[in-house]
Design a protein. Structure first.
Length: 300
């Protein structure tokens, strides 16, 4: 596994909610990450957004972001679940954060041009076996008062296909990538990256140099998509493994329990772009670009 640039950790934030009973902040419950859209007609302008799962920000009500700041503190960006635009079927939720971020926030963002989609996808020639990693919330050890994301590593097992839609926990079936990587509670909403380093492309195995060694191949890094959940599988307990569940209900020999498998469901990055193209976001971008154009004309 190659070293990961620290800036990729800085694009991740954790999500919290207010207790409906006490109003106190609870969490963290999940992960989100910052992205940007940069219109070619407005060089220097980045529209900034936060992305997570529908089941985190909307269904669970964890719509409040906590971001790290450059003075070693954190701050909350409080949004209501209704502030997020979402696609329940794709398990996606996005909110425009352009005007709410500060220069003192210790964050980075993933530009939409880094999405493994469209022409980038075609040129990259992504296939099964590609290396992947995701960065997100490890709920059992998340850093306390400071967002401290963890990384998990794996490989692409199956690419999204209209012929093999994946059953989502939202009740729909969608074409999704499947990645062989373990996950834990809290990683929902994590960005999943695919990467390729020199010498790891087995499709070039017959392209040998004068010494009989595979020639170096292209280097690749891009956003594959967003982690939505795991496939679940049944396990059967035997007497020697009898235990108790968290709710203190007894587990008897022969009982079957569902546990998350190592197969992660990843909603493709291009579905994020599809949601960004909807009318509410488009209207806000046009307003912002008009202000940007007027400001530029004034400077000229």
């Amino acid at each position: 596994m190659p070293r990961i640039h620290p800036q990729l950790q800085d694009c991740v934030f954790f999500l919290y909610r207010r207790s409906p009973k006490t109003g106190a902040i609870e969490g963290p419950f999940g992960t989100g990450f910052f992205i940007s859209r940069s219109p070619l007609a407005f060089p220097g302008l980045n529209h900034l957004y936060a992305v997570t799962n529908w089941h985190v920000a909307i269904d669970s009500g964890a719509s409040i972001m906590r971001v790290n700041c450059k003075n070693d503190t954190t701050r909350l960006l409080e949004y209501d679940p209704m502030d997020w635009h979402f696609d329940r079927g794709d398990d996606l939720a996005i909110v425009d954060v352009h005007d709410d971020l500060r220069k003192t926030d210790n964050i980075s963002y993933i530009n939409e041009r880094q999405f493994l989609a469209g022409d980038f996808w075609t040129r990259a020639g992504i296939t099964i076996g590609e290396d992947t990693f995701m960065i997100g919330l490890f709920a059992n050890h998340h850093g306390g008062n400071w967002n401290t994301p963890c990384a998990r590593f794996g490989n692409i097992s199956m690419l999204a296909s209209k012929f093999a839609p994946v059953a989502m926990e939202t009740g729909t079936k969608q074409p999704c990538h499947l990645v062989d990587t373990h996950s834990r509670g809290g990683f929902s909403g994590s960005p999943v990256f695919a990467y390729r380093t020199n010498g790891t492309d087995l499709t070039k195995l017959n392209d040998l140099d004068q010494f009989g060694l595979p020639r170096p191949t292209n280097v690749l890094l891009g956003l594959l998509g967003i982690h939505c959940g795991q496939f679940w599988e049944d396990i059967q307990f035997r007497k020697s493994m009898t235990s108790t569940e968290a709710a203190r209900a007894a587990i008897f020999e022969g009982d079957k329990l569902k546990v998350p498998s190592s197969m992660t469901i990843v909603m493709p990055a291009w579905r994020i772009s599809t949601l960004l193209d909807t009318a509410p976001f488009d209207a806000t971008r046009k307003q912002r670009e008009a202000i940007w154009r007027a400001s530029r004309d004034d400077r000229l």
